[in-house]
Design a protein around this ligand. Structure first.
Ligand code: AMP
Length: 279
């Protein structure tokens, strides 16, 4: 496995792979890798001749500076996991390497960015789009793998690729969960034992919504999920929305779309957790 900190050096190494006709799969991450990330790597390894991953805690996508400060960093362990998963190249740039100049790009994602994460985390998706566009320009992947765990981010990336005519194919990957249902997340490492126990209510309430979708109205499911979250003193609900899975706009009736998605965000202490299920 080759490790690069310099974009110039990574570009020239990958240009050689491209010249040899190799197909490149790419998995961008912010590190603190868990089995969710590794499942993306494994899928890329099985579908491409070369797999590239990046580890970059992207400061401009953090609207909460405290969140950035406490974001878990476990580089040595991450590199071990990537090597085991047969990743070929890892890019670990510094902030200066990624952003040598002032960032001026502004992306517009319309109604997609005005709901849920976009509404609660101002500037977040612009920061995500800026870094993903830069990384795609460097890696020039044939395919890039993104987790459905960050459902709205996936929709934003698909829209970015459409707007900029990027040739990379975006591959959505299933959410990997702990045995009790909690979606794996780097931020789970920050939870206390009590918070970790309470956090299982996110997936529990989402599975309840999924399992009762056929016999209940959107309104009823929303009320029920809110009360389930309220039973956990350590959790405070930021939003629970049932949306059209394509447009991410709220629906009031399941007849309004062919596929709905239920999305939730809660805070426990200073830690923010998100999850979703298709309904
Ligand atoms: P992050 O390091 O949080 O930026 O995540 C990097 C990539 O891994 C993103 O495409 C995430 O959606 C994906 N990811 C994070 N958690 C999971 C999970 N539990 N299952 C599948 N993919 C995930």
């Amino acid at each position: 496995m080759f490790i690069f900190e310099s974009k110039k050096e990574l570009i020239s190494a990958l240009d050689e792979e491209i010249r040899l006709g190799k197909k490149i799969g790419f998995v961008p991450t912010m590190g603190a890798l868990h089995q969710g990330h590794i499942s993306l790597i494994k899928q890329s390894v099985s579908e491409n001749e070369i797999t590239v991953s990046s580890i970059f805690v992207n400061p401009i996508q953090f609207n909460d500076k405290n969140d950035l400060k406490h974001y878990p960093r476990t580089l040595e362990d991450d590199l071990k996991k990537l090597e085991e998963a047969q990743c070929n190249y890892v890019f670990i740039p510094s902030v200066e390497e990624m952003y040598p100049e002032e960032i001026t790009e502004k992306y517009y994602f319309g109604s997609l960015e005005r709901v849920m994460e976009g509404a609660h985390r101002p500037g977040h998706f612009n920061g995500v789009a800026v870094v993903v566009k830069l990384l795609f320009d460097i890696v020039k992947p044939n395919r890039a793998y993104f987790g459905m765990k960050d459902y709205q981010q996936l929709a934003i990336i698909k829209e970015l690729v459409r707007q900029k005519n990027i040739k990379t194919e975006i591959i959505p990957c299933q959410t990997v969960r702990e045995a009790d249902g909690l979606a794996m997340s780097s931020r789970n490492a920050l939870l206390t034992k009590e918070q970790r126990q309470s956090a299982v209510m996110l997936s529990k309430s989402l599975f309840y919504a999924r399992d009762n979708r056929k016999t209940n109205s959107v309104e009823k499911l929303k009320t029920d999920v809110r009360s389930m979250i309220e039973t956990e003193n350590l959790l405070s609900l930021e939003y629970f929305e049932i949306c059209n899975s394509e447009t991410l706009q709220t629906i009031t009736n399941f007849d309004q779309c062919t596929q709905a998605v239920a999305c939730i965000a809660v805070k426990t202490g200073n830690i923010r957790l998100i999850d979703n299920v298709l309904l």
